[in-house]
Design a protein around this ligand. Structure first.
Ligand code: AOF
Ligand code: ZN
Length: 377
C-alpha cells in the first residue's frame, strides 16, 4: 500500500506512529460493529507511553485505554488516533475532553469522523483547548481501516463485498463454484473481517461451516436466504454453538406452504430451527435491499455476499454492479474449464462509468484471488 502524502506539520515519524495505531486498531477486527476499529498510541519524548484500541461497542474508546496506560506521562505528549476523537456522549463519554483533561500537547488524527455526531467537532474541541492538531496522517490507511463503518454511517447500509468464482474460460460459476476449502485462508480472513456472510439454502446443501479458522476470530452471522423452510436441519450452519445463524425466507412462500396442507411442517420447521437457536425472519419481498436494511438495523457494518456456490441472483434479484451496488468485489479465478455447462451470463454493470481501484492479487491454494473496490471512473 502507498502511504498518503504527509499533511503540513507532520513528520515521517508521525506516520510511523500512526501505522502503529492502525495495527492496534486491527486487533479488534470483526468485533467493533456498529462502531469502527480505532487505535491510539501516546508518545512522550520519543517513548511510547500509552497504547489502546476500541475492543467492542459499549466498551471504552481507544484513547481511554491509551490515556490509562500513560497516566501522568500523557501531559505534554503526542496522541496518535486513527480516527478523530469523538466529541459526543454515546455509550461512552467524549474522548476529546479526556485528551484535554490529560493535557496532551498535540494530537495527530488519521482521518475525520463522518459520524454527524462528531464530524470535525472533536478536532475543534482540541484546538479550542490550545492543543496542536494535525489531521490526515496515513489518511488512506486509516480510512480503509474504518471503511465499513464510514459506509454504514454515510449510506445507512452495510458495506458489501461480493465474492464469486470465474473459470478460465470466462464464465461466472454459480452452481459449481470454488469451495471454501480451495480458497482456504483467504475465505477464512473474509469471514473474520465481515460481520455476516450471506448464502442461500442451495449453498448449504454442500454443508459448509461458514466459520473463520483465524485464531480468536469473531465469527460472522451466517445468513441463509431460503426459498422455503424445507431445510436440512443437521447442517453445520444450524449448529449455533459457534456462530449465530439467521434464516430469511419469503412470507408468501410460507403462507403458500401453509395453504398447501403442509401447515404443520412449515410451522414445526420454524420452531425446530428456533429451538436450535436459529433466528427466522419472513419478509414480504426478499431482495438485496431488504436484506441489507435488516442487517443494518441489527448493527452490522459489513457483509460478504457469497455467490460462489449458488446463483444468489435467483434469491436476491440481479446483482447489477453500480456505485451503490457491492462496494468491493472478490473474484476467485479457478483453473477449470466449463465449456457450455455455464449457468447464465456474468454480473451486469448497470453503470458503464465504473472502475476498480486498490486492486490486489494473490494466489491461494490453487486459485487466484483478485480483489478491488468499485468506484466511479
Ligand atoms: C473515538 N474512539 O475508539 C471509537 C470512536 O457509542 P460510543 O460512545 O461508543 O460512540 C460511538 C461513536 O464514536 C462511533 O459511531 C464513532 O463515531 C466514534 N468511534 N471514536 O474517538 C474510538 N470507536
Ligand atoms: Zn471516543
Amino acid at each position: 500500500r502507498e502511504s498518503s502524502p504527509l499533511p503540513e506539520g507532520a513528520t515521517p515519524q508521525d506516520a510511523e506512529y500512526m501505522r502503529m495505531a492502525v495495527e492496534l486498531a486491527r486487533k479488534a477486527v470483526g468485533h467493533t460493529s456498529p462502531n469502527p476499529m480505532v487505535g491510539c498510541v501516546i508518545v512522550k519524548d520519543g517513548q511510547i507511553v500509552g497504547r489502546g484500541f476500541h475492543p467492542k461497542a459499549g466498551e471504552p474508546h481507544a484513547e481511554v485505554f491509551a490515556l490509562r496506560e500513560a497516566g501522568k506521562a500523557a501531559q505534554g505528549a503526542t496522541a496518535y488516533v486513527s480516527l478523530e476523537p469523538c466529541n459526543h456522549t454515546g455509550r461512552t463519554p467524549p474522548c476529546s475532553q479526556a485528551l484535554v483533561r490529560a493535557r496532551v500537547g498535540r494530537v495527530v488524527v488519521g482521518t475525520v469522523d463522518p459520524n454527524p455526531l462528531v464530524g470535525g467537532k472533536g478536532v475543534q474541541t482540541l484546538q479550542k483547548a490550545g492543543i496542536k492538531v494535525v489531521v490526515g496522517v496515513e489518511e488512506a490507511l486509516c480510512q480503509a481501516t474504518a471503511e465499513a463503518f464510514f459506509h454504514r454511517i454515510v449510506t445507512k447500509k452495510p458495506f458489501v463485498s461480493l465474492r464469486y468464482t470465474i473459470s478460465m474460460d470466462g464464465a461466472v460459476l454459480r452452481s459449481q463454484g470454488t469451495t471454501s476449502a480451495e480458497a482456504g485462508s483467504n475465505y477464512s480472513i473474509l469471514l473474520q473481517e465481515n460481520d455476516a456472510v450471506i448464502v442461500t439454502d442451495k449453498c448449504i446443501l454442500g454443508n459448509p461451516k461458514l466459520l473463520s479458522s483465524e485464531a480468536g476470530a469473531k465469527q460472522p452471522l451466517r445468513v441463509v436466504v431460503a426459498k422455503s423452510l424445507a431445510l436440512p436441519l443437521d447442517s453445520h450452519v444450524f449448529d449455533t454453538s459457534s456462530a449465530p445463524t439467521l434464516v430469511i425466507t419469503d412470507a408468501n412462500a410460507i403462507s403458500t406452504d401453509l395453504q398447501s396442507n403442509s401447515r404443520q411442517s412449515a410451522e414445526s420447521m420454524e420452531s425446530l430451527l428456533r429451538s436450535r437457536g436459529v433466528d427466522v425472519v419472513a419478509m414480504n419481498e426478499v431482495n438485496l435491499d431488504a436484506v441489507l436494511d435488516l442487517l443494518y438495523q441489527k448493527g452490522l457494518n459489513s457483509v460478504l455476499l457469497d455467490s460462489t456456490l449458488c446463483n444468489i441472483e435467483n434469491y436476491l434479484g440481479p446483482l447489477a454492479l453500480s456505485e451503490q451496488g457491492p462496494q468491493k468485489v472478490v473474484a476467485v479465478i479457478s483453473p477449470v474449464l466449463v465449456g457450455n455447462r455455464t449457468d447464465g451470463p456474468g454480473f451486469q454493470f448497470e453503470d458503464d462509468n465504473l472502475k476498480l481501484e486498490r486492486v490486489t492479487t494473490k494466489t491461494c491454494g490453487g486459485v487466484v484471488i483478485v480483489e478491488g473496490y468499485v468506484s466511479k471512473r
